[in-house]
Ligand binder design. Structure first.
Ligand SMILES: [Zn+2]
Length: 462
């Protein structure tokens, strides 16, 4: 008993002392009030037009169906007509980009499978806005929506499938972002994409992501916008200023060795997709977007998936934007009236201003990512000796406009980073009297304009 009491007393004293020092460190680390989006970002977001988005959604719905197995050469009805229209829209944006944006049709033949009765050509439309900072131009962010649609029977390619919310809304947002961003010079590269074959099993995005991986493309973040058209739930509740952002914690591609490390030190809430989602909340939840980004710590909704999974399967960080509460009478349904209830994914159920706000959230995230330095590479936490200090090291960033780094931390139970220390242009830093056993720590890079990278979560130095 004595020994236990003694140990408890010693522990209490240590906590008190640690508390004092930690308190000092925490005071030192408290973040300064965020000044919010820069004037350049604000003016870019103001250009995002709900009227353009409405026009795109109505045009896409008017192709009758955009089923992956529908006609590819009918100029009026079917996925081929939609494909050509999207290509033209991207091309118009590229024409205003001073050569920075190029547009590509990425076609491949998908072999027969459970949802593909005969081999079919699938085409992704890919608009690449090349970064202008040589040290950053090979760093890529992808924003995507799927332009294929379906009705009740996933194999029925003749029924009307207007797909206004699922997912003309996502494609319209991507087209509008391409239009607005093509005129701007970004440090890193942004790819605006409309994929097909999503409803048949994510085929278009899977092909793109596999090709990207094979080429060694450095995709440091991917967002799919899928079902971002309505802010009204099936009970009529409106939530027009919220968007959900789904992100996984444990990476889909985690190896057994990585799993063993995670089990020993934690980190199940600090995978790269989770850091990307935290980043979006930091840079896109503000007066310029008027939106609340509801982070959901789950790869996707129950029973369902989306194009972000194709990127996760290749080891790329990715997350999914979706409206706050879905109305299933307007998804994957034949257009019909039953007992006075209108079924079907029709433009009349889309809130175009809402979709424009979600597009602004994407715009704020993409612009911030593409203007900021890359997240520091090879972030390590020193564990050679038992100590109650925390020392991080990382590799120096390559960007010429780099200002320095920030070390951040939070309680292990806190969702978001709560403390920041500006540490200057160094590649290691020790936080005195802050034990790595008790908090989550990370490091991010900052440029001279104050643009911050996502946080790198360190692994123990071996
Ligand atoms: Zn969808």
């Amino acid at each position: 008993m004595y020994r236990v009491r003694h140990a408890a007393l010693a522990c209490a004293l240590a906590l008190a002392a640690g508390g004092l020092f930690t308190g000092a460190a925490q005071a030192r680390g408290r973040a300064a009030a965020d000044s919010g989006p820069s004037p350049q970002l604000r003016s870019m977001l103001r250009e995002v037009s709900a009227r353009n988005i409405e026009h795109s959604i109505r045009t896409l719905a008017a192709f009758g169906t955009r089923h992956t197995l529908s006609s590819q050469d009918d100029p009026v009805r079917g996925i081929g007509a939609a494909r050509d229209w999207i290509f033209d829209q991207f091309s118009q944006s590229a024409a205003a980009s001073d050569g920075r944006m190029t547009v590509q049709r990425q076609s491949f033949i998908q072999p027969a499978g459970p949802r593909i009765p005969t081999p079919v050509t699938i085409t992704n439309l890919v608009a690449t806005l090349r970064g202008t900072q040589p040290e950053s131009a090979d760093r890529v962010y992808v924003v995507s929506g799927h332009y294929d649609s379906r009705c009740t029977d996933v194999l029925d390619f003749t029924c009307d499938a207007p797909g206004a919310d699922d997912d003309a809304s996502g494609v319209a947002a991507v087209l509008e972002l391409a239009r607005v961003m093509a005129k701007r010079k970004l440090d890193a590269t942004v790819i605006f994409m409309a994929v097909a074959g999503e409803e048949q099993n994510l085929f278009g995005s899977a092909f793109f992501a596999a090709q990207a991986k094979a080429q060694g493309m450095d995709v440091e973040g991917m967002f799919t916008n899928d079902i971002i058209g309505s802010s009204t739930s099936d009970t009529g509740r409106r939530d027009p200023f919220t968007v959900r952002l789904f992100s996984e914690g444990v990476p889909t591609t985690e190896t057994p060795a990585q799993a063993a490390l995670r089990q020993s030190i934690g980190g199940e809430n600090d995978g790269p997709s989770r850091q990307l989602a935290r980043y979006v909340k930091e840079v896109a939840e503000n007066s310029a977007t008027a939106m609340h980004v509801r982070l959901i710590w789950r790869r996707d909704r129950f029973l369902r998936g989306g194009d972000q999974i194709s990127f996760l399967q290749q080891g790329y960080p990715a997350a999914r934007f979706t409206e706050p509460a879905e109305n299933f009478a307007h998804q994957h349904q034949n257009v019909r009236v039953e007992d006075g209830v209108q079924f079907g994914d029709l433009p009349e159920f889309v809130d175009f201003n809402y979709t424009a706000r979600v597009a602004r959230v994407n715009g704020a995230a993409l612009w911030s990512l593409a203007m900021a330095p890359t997240a520091p590479k090879e972030a390590k936490i020193l564990t050679a000796q038992l100590t109650n200090d925390t020392t991080l090291t990382w590799r120096a960033n390559p960007e010429p406009d780099l200002a320095g780094y920030q070390v951040v931390w939070r309680e292990s139970t806190d969702p978001l980073w709560t403390h920041t220390i500006k540490v200057g242009n160094v590649t290691s830093f020790t936080i005195k009297d802050l034990s790595k056993d008790n908090v989550q720590v990370g490091v991010r890079a900052v440029d001279r304009d104050g643009n911050r990278s996502p946080v790198s979560f360190p692994v123990p130095a071996s």
